[in-house]
Design a protein around this ligand. Structure first.
Ligand SMILES: Nc1ccn([C@@H]2O[C@H](COP(=O)(O)OP(=O)(O)OP(=O)(O)O)[C@@H](O)[C@H]2O)c(=O)n1
Ligand SMILES: C[C@](O)(CO)[C@H](O)COP(=O)(O)O
Length: 236
């Protein structure tokens, strides 16, 4: 049974507001995309890394990822993250259903082997695995500028990636999702949760270092992390 990491790099980085998509910005001397790919390329349980990139930057992504021996291809993504996942699923159309697939945001350059291990361990007993951390802020639902509900904080987690799946399960979820004209989702676990509600999604521990570079300030944080800055008091 093979394990494929899909690195989603098809976004344009609207919130970053940079000329280049944020995954092509260098932190710690190499592009954010290269950091993300390197983590999976170096992991002994990952057989293959598939990169999804916006059409305008396919050649750049191919050049950046060429040194990584497990990269099997760079495919063109879609307009949304969901469409980019579909492009990866299409590229994996011939793969058996029991293939393990890990979908990761290229915008999370500091995913580490421990997080990847936890996702893979979760996949031994579950069809879908998410990475999460408890929230330290109080999180509320707001409607029309008013608080609509305040779920107990202890029940709330911030999701990260990679999110792991048996390929067959993710395929099924996406078949149903793509037939839904009201489809909206911010991640692949969201698709499984909505369209295959009977499939339990195991949540394993993420890492504070595994930040998603989204806004300009995140680049400053990413530079510190790339330089080896500690993220826990234990390391200080
Ligand atoms: N059409 C898209 C949109 C997003 N992504 C990827 O999904 C990850 C998470 O998305 P996000 O942080 O939202 O990236 P962008 O879409 O580039 O950012 P923005 O929403 O600010 O435009 C990123 O690695 C991004 O490249 C993708 O592969 N294809
Ligand atoms: C998948 C994700 O990183 C989990 O936190 C997040 O939902 C991606 O959201 P984005 O708006 O595409 O950055």
């Amino acid at each position: 049974m093979r394990t494929v990491a899909v690195v989603l790099a098809g976004g344009v980085g609207t919130r970053m507001g940079s000329e280049l998509p944020k995954q092509l910005i260098e932190v710690g001397g190499r592009p954010i995309l290269a950091h993300a790919v390197a983590a999976f390329d170096a992991h002994p349980a990952i057989d293959e890394v598939l990169v999804v990139m916006a059409g305008a930057h396919l050649r750049t992504a191919a050049a950046i990822t060429a040194p990584f021996r497990k990269v099997s291809g760079v495919v063109e993504g879609g307009v949304t993250r969901t469409a980019s996942t579909v492009a990866a699923l299409t590229a994996m159309a011939e793969r058996p259903d029991d293939t393990r697939v890990l979908f990761h945001d290229a915008a999370r350059p500091f995913v580490d082997a421990g997080v990847i291990d936890r996702v893979l361990n979760g996949l031994t007993a579950h069809e879908a695995v998410a990475v999460g951390l408890p929230t330290s802020d109080t999180v509320v639902a707001v409607a029309d500028g008013l608080v609509a509900s305040m779920p107990p904080r202890a029940t709330l987690f911030r999701f990260q990636t990679p999110q792991g799946f048996r390929l067959g399960t993710l395929r099924k979820a996406y078949e149903l999702a793509l037939a839904d004209p009201a489809l909206t989702a911010t991640d692949d676990c969201g698709i499984v949760h909505r369209y295959l509600p009977d499939v339990p999604i195991r949540v394993v521990e993420g890492s504070e270092r595994n930040l998603k570079v989204t806004h300009p300030l995140d680049i400053v944080v990413a530079e510190h992390l790339a330089a080896g800055a500690p993220d826990t008091a234990e390391n200080m």
